[in-house]
Ligand binder design. Structure first.
Ligand SMILES: [Fe+2]
Ligand SMILES: [Fe+2]
Length: 234
């Protein structure tokens, strides 16, 4: 049986050089009343993309109890961040591009990772395996980044708990490893291959968010980078 804590430690070690930068960007976003709600709305959007992807690829007769529970919890995370985004903003918010930070990069984070998996496993591959790997790789980042975010929220003295969300993300990570093992599909080599890909996409996303934060590059009413810009930024 795969030792999940050891996997999480390896992921942490591989990303140690990104920790301080991530903490700095999160702290900076939370410190600005305008960016605080934009950031929460963007996290909500990313959770929504995650939940939508589960629905789009696992719908119908293939959907089982753990998948439904996963879908329900990811939707709940989108709701949680949306609730706080609206609380910080003081009004209702949708996912219009102007109400998000670097949305094209957020979308590309998921779609490029998914494309790399479809390429790796082949066009005729099992959608369940891709769903399980997609979720697993994203969960490593989610657990890592939300632990950092929870620390930043606490330091900023904001009334916003990530305890339940973090427990659920950790639960998803465990569930994906176990389900891949049950299917005979878990491979440490494959995980490491996708970690590398994901890390590159995360760095692109964080850079884009950081760039948006700098005053000369970001005007939340007007600034919208396009998907093609995000794709050509590689
Ligand atoms: Fe989530
Ligand atoms: Fe999750």
């Amino acid at each position: 049986m795969t030792e999940i804590p050891q996997l999480v430690q390896s992921f942490s070690r591989n990303n140690e050089d990104l920790r301080e930068w991530t903490e700095r960007v999160f702290t900076d976003l939370l410190s600005d009343s305008e960016f605080r709600w934009l950031f929460c709305n963007t996290l909500s959007y990313m959770e929504h993309i995650g939940s939508y992807k589960i629905m789009a690829t696992q719908q119908g007769d293939v959907i089982d109890y753990p998948t439904l529970k996963h879908l329900n919890e990811e939707t709940g995370h989108a709701v949680l961040f949306k609730r706080h985004a609206e609380r910080f903003k003081g009004s209702g918010l949708d996912y219009a591009e102007s109400l998000l930070i670097a949305p094209a990069y957020a979308r590309a984070y998921f779609s490029r990772l998914e494309v790399s998996m479809v390429r790796y496993f082949g066009r005729d591959s099992n959608y369940r395996t891709i769903y399980l790997y997609m979720s697993l790789i994203v969960e490593f980042r989610a657990v890592w980044a939300y632990e950092i975010l929870a620390g930043c929220i606490e330091k900023a003295g904001l009334d916003f708990s990530l305890t339940k969300l973090l427990a659920e993300e950790q639960g998803h990570l465990n569930s994906m490893v176990r389900r891949l093992e049950e299917d005979g599909q878990f491979s440490r080599e494959q995980v490491e291959y996708f970690w590398e890909r994901e890390r590159w996409l995360y760095v692109r996303l964080l850079k884009a968010i950081e760039k948006s934060r700098s005053a000369e590059n970001f005007n939340y009413v007007g600034k919208q980078e396009t998907v093609s810009e995000a794709y050509s930024a590689a």
